[in-house]
Write a protein that binds this ligand. Sequence first.
Ligand SMILES: C[S@@+](CC[C@H](N)C(=O)[O-])C[C@H]1O[C@@H](n2cnc3c(N)ncnc32)[C@H](O)[C@@H]1O
Ligand SMILES: [Zn+2]
Length: 285
Amino acid sequence: MMMNTKGITCPLDGTLLIAEQGRLVCPNGHSFDLARQGYCHLLPVQEKRSADPGDSKAMVNARSDFLDAGLYQPIAELMIEQLVHNIAALDQVVIADAGCGEGYYLNALSQHLSKMEQSARLIGFDISKWAVARACRRNRDITWLVASNRNPPIAPDYIDTMLCMFGFPQYPAFAKCIKPGGYLLMLDGGPAHLIELREHIYEQVNDTKPFNAEPALSAGFERVSETRLTVPKVEIPQHLLASLLLMTPHFFRASEAAKEALLALPRISVTIDVECRVYQLKAPD
Ligand SMILES: C[S@@+](CC[C@H](N)C(=O)[O-])C[C@H]1O[C@@H](n2cnc3c(N)ncnc32)[C@H](O)[C@@H]1O
Ligand SMILES: [Zn+2]
């Protein structure tokens, strides 16, 4: 399948890319191969801060297995509800997911839009090639790219709405590719998110850092809304515990003994607690 290159730019010089026999090319002679899975790798080697940046293959597979079980579906529904509620039109717009992971949330949005007989141009990008390769399996109608939030390969003012789910927002870089008046929806774990899991693995549970709006405001965004969703007593069966642990930073922080003890439990009941923030990029005066 040919990739839709509309709005996709060369990460080296910002010119628009065009598709040409299995690759994307720019007018200055830069060329980027399309992977057989259907994504394009647009992360220049000089922007890589490690040999295999972003989530590892094991983390991506764990996240995919866990999300496929449907326990985070209320989070996808919150994201969609907040988009529908705050943003006038979703039909015929351009929506990008920065740090899209293995594509669960953008695919959920794509399915919602199909149900509503709406269509939007959807672009998902992530710095992990494992995540993006896996995302291709979820939906081939979405444009999937390996790219960094620090330098999204997207034309200036092209995006109507940017999503950043459990991600790492880079506000000035996002502001460049979001249209004036366009939106940024961010979703993050709240103070009680998976608190029971954290209580199991740490002697002392640290408070979640409060959200700092200042970097968003100084990049030209204005706050539109903030919504919290708390779902208590979500049962995680034993066969999903390892996946849940591996998709969180706790896998790297917890002691081996604590992890073993957790994985031996027959199940654990957790709280899902997320905060969804919608910001709007100010139009120039
Ligand atoms: C906690 S995961 C969330 C993934 C997905 N949004 C979800 O909620 O399922 C964070 C993701 O950010 C990606 N990531 C880390 N640094 C990044 C960067 N500089 N640019 C783009 N993605 C990045 C990781 O590879 C990983 O897939
Ligand atoms: Zn170029």
